[in-house]
Design a protein around this ligand. Structure first.
Ligand code: GAL
Length: 410
């Protein structure tokens, strides 16, 4: 992937590092746009790692029109295995959760036009203390290929650490996590002729993973977990704005799974959460129980304009910009800046965030990086409002967001 031309367009007002070109997985056929799907973890943690949840979700993705909008991965997170490997050292699906095993479920899900993902860990145990893949990388990946599994999330609990016994996380020690991910990536590459597996690095943003994650995988977590509270949305969303230049086709900053439809955030906060994740080109992985999700949340997840922005083939993540002529505030680290923009293949995206307070926002197109002064056509994603003008003016409520696609008028 040639990213130099793309990166030149990315607004760099607040970007600390110059854009760098790295060894992107440039022969990938999967993950060219951010992953869209569902994961069991935010729904009911270990309890949701079952065939029942996988099949119910697959049916709901179709029934609710989510599949047609691009949500295709049904991902099972931690706790899907038995507590011990079998006599051959293979991972064993928990027979209570997977009475038919994994492969028949994958086949059923594939027959529905969807994909299936699993979770594992670089250490000896997963974060919830199920068997990890350390020293079993090739064996585990062969099992995934034999089961026709499409996605693997690789966590980093119970890894090597300079203290004994290794704690659940080795956060506090200056350990390079890169070799663990390199090893799993090699294993995944080794089965590529049989099965191409999308590789998600669940690495919580250690060792500035965004500067090297694309050598090994298709997306990498940039922060500690999204805990489903507003503080998490602000912590992760503001971080994404600082490292936007590292996302591109085939390798994306992962802001973590969504909490939209979990009755944890207000309606405005759910709108901002989804809107910001979409423009930051994060994987959009639903974390709600689709058999119970409120319609108001479903409508957010089904916002077609935001999905089109997220899946734009240019793959460039939006970042904060400071309008030169407006009365725009100083950026504050750890806060979500009110003005965001980024290039799209058909124009630019502009967003106004009300995370720091409601307001009447306005910006002239001459102030937006990558846009010529003068008249443009625009559409706001949540309201559907459209216009033709040389500036944008919009009222945004507390914690809400407005997201505009701005294009040349035909
Ligand atoms: C965490 C990870 C979460 C979830 C959990 C499972 O480390 O960040 O996304 O996978 O482990 O135990």
């Amino acid at each position: 992937m040639h990213r130099s031309s793309l990166l030149a367009l990315v607004p760099s007002v607040f970007l600390a590092h110059a854009a760098t070109l790295r060894n992107r997985l440039d022969d990938t056929n999967v993950g060219l746009t951010p992953t869209m799907g569902w994961s069991s973890w935010n729904v009911a943690q270990c309890d949701a790692a079952s065939e029942e949840y996988a099949m119910n979700t697959a049916n709901k993705l179709s029934e609710l029109g989510l599949k047609d909008l691009g949500y295709e991965y049904v991902n099972i997170d931690d706790c899907w295995t038995a507590k011990e490997r079998d006599g051959n050292g293979n991972l064993v699906p928990d027979p209570n959760k997977w009475p038919r095993g994994i492969r028949p479920v994958v086949d059923d899900i594939h027959a529905m036009g969807l994909k299936f993902g699993l979770y594992g860990c670089a250490g000896t145990l997963t974060c919830a203390s199920y068997p990890g893949s350390e020293d079993h990388e090739y064996q585990d990946v062969q099992l995934l290929a034999d089961w026709d599994v499409d996605f693997w999330k690789h966590d980093n609990c119970f890894t090597e650490c300079p203290v004994t016994p290794p704690p659940q996380t080795c956060w506090d020690y200056p350990v390079s996590t890169e070799p663990w991910y390199a090893k799993m990536a090699d294993a995944i590459q080794s089965v590529k002729a049989q099965k191409e597996i999308l590789f998600n690095l669940c690495q919580w943003g250690r060792n500035e993973v965004w500067t090297w994650g694309d050598k090994y995988g298709h997306s990498w977590r940039i922060e500690n977990d999204n805990w489903g509270d507003w503080e998490s949305v602000v912590r992760i969303g503001s971080k994404a704005g600082e490292i936007a230049q590292y996302s591109g086709p085939g390798g994306f900053n992962d802001l973590d799974m969504l909490f939209v439809g979990n009755n944890k955030l207000t309606h405005n906060q759910e709108r901002l959460h989804f809107g910001l994740w979409a423009i930051a080109k994060s994987p959009l992985v639903i974390g709600a129980d689709l058999t119970k999700i409120p319609t108001s949340s479903l409508d957010i997840l089904r916002n077609k304009d935001l999905i089109v922005i997220n899946q734009d083939p240019l793959g460039a993540a939006a970042a904060p910009f400071r309008p030169s002529n407006s009365n725009s505030p100083e950026p504050v680290p750890g806060e979500i800046y009110p003005y965001w923009t980024g290039p799209l293949s058909n124009g630019v995206v502009v967003a106004f965030s009300g995370a720091n307070g409601a307001g009447d926002f306005s910006v002239k197109f001459s102030e937006v990086p990558g846009l010529e002064a003068g008249e443009h056509c625009w559409k706001e994603a949540y309201s559907g409002e459209e216009g033709r003008s040389d500036s944008l003016s919009f009222s945004v409520e507390q914690d809400d967001i407005a997201v505009f696609t701005v294009t040349d008028c035909a």
